[in-house]
Design a protein around this ligand. Structure first.
Ligand code: GUN
Length: 295
């Protein structure tokens, strides 16, 4: 079997076209232009490239964006001040604090400082709580993008066994919830595996839908995949490559070549989940702008 490659770029493009259309309509009707405030602390190259991609998406969609860059040595107080400035800026509807943050920063306290109405990442305790009990909220972008991709690709989740590898707050935990909830792209039976799972392959081989989000290349190889399974690779890892212009190439958490032989469908890296994360961030920012009118 050669897996069908799930084109995240194509699905993200369709979602973004609809977001752009709604943003134009909002502007014509009310004069409001959705605005995203981006905070980047430090100079981690991967974080810089993610933030750049998010700002570029704002420009393409005609959104306003404002960047606050703080040095790697920034204090908690400096970061909280930047968050409060965006909280109080009426032109900013969504706030994104790029993670991870340097060690001296208390990440939980930083996230809690974001006004939940501007929390377009869906990371604040208020939005996570609302998500878990099924109230309206901002859904976290990568997990929501994964669900959108499954739906757009015609991959049935209802009654299927979904196995999530990884238990991060950004991907593993929320995507497990979205897969199990009573909603389109949900209704799956979900197993979550992590670093303390003794025999990972025993679980991954049972997956009809396998979501891999560990941040570790080759976490899953073809031998660990059930024939015909849908495999969603969330990893973005830089590995040294002298033949590449930048001196590195991007690989996921799944060994692409061997997975391709066994899986029914598979996301590539890059071009799989990544574009959907950005598309969902833009959706949330538009929604935050729309909601701000009802205040
Ligand atoms: N770091 C990795 N993924 C994300 C994300 O979706 N949002 C933020 N803010 N930081 C991240």
């Amino acid at each position: 079997m050669t897996a069908r490659i799930l084109d995240g770029k194509q699905v993200a493009k369709r979602i973004s076209e609809e977001t752009a259309r709604q943003a134009r309509e909002l502007k014509e009707r009310t004069g409001v232009v959705p605005g995203l405030g981006v905070i980047l602390v430090g100079d981690d190259p991967a974080s810089i490239s993610y933030v750049t991609a998010k700002e570029r998406a704002c420009a393409v969609l005609g959104f306003h964006s404002s960047e606050c860059r703080l040095p790697a040595t920034a204090t908690q107080a400096e970061l909280l001040k930047a968050i409060h400035q965006f909280n109080n800026d009426p032109a900013i509807h969504g706030i994104l604090v790029q993670l991870p943050l340097p060690r001296q920063i208390d990440e939980h306290a930083a996230i809690e400082a974001i006004n939940p109405d501007k929390d377009v990442d869906g990371f604040t305790p208020v939005n996570v709580g609302r998500m878990l009990i099924g109230q309206p909220c901002f859904l976290p972008c990568t997990p929501h993008g994964i669900i959108k991709l499954l739906i757009a690709s015609g991959i049935e989740t209802k009654g299927q066994h979904a196995v999530v590898v990884g238990r991060s707050n950004i991907v593993g935990k929320p995507v497990a919830h979205l897969l199990m909830r009573k909603a389109p792209g949900g209704n799956a039976t979900v197993t979550v595996c992590h670093t303390a799972t003794p025999d990972l392959a025993e679980f991954t081989r049972q997956a009809d839908i396998l979501i891999v989000a560990t941040g570790r290349p080759r976490t899953v190889t073809g031998a660990m995949i059930k024939s015909g399974a849908a495999v969603i690779d969330v990893g973005v890892n830089r590995v040294p490559d002298e033949t590449a212009a930048k001196g590195y190439r991007l690989v996921g958490d799944v060994e692409f070549e061997s997975a391709c032989e066994v899986a029914g469908s598979l996301t590539p890296v890059p071009g799989g989940v990544g574009p959907l994360t950005i598309a969902m961030l833009m959706c949330n920012t538009l929604e935050a702008a729309q909601r701000s009118l009802n205040k």
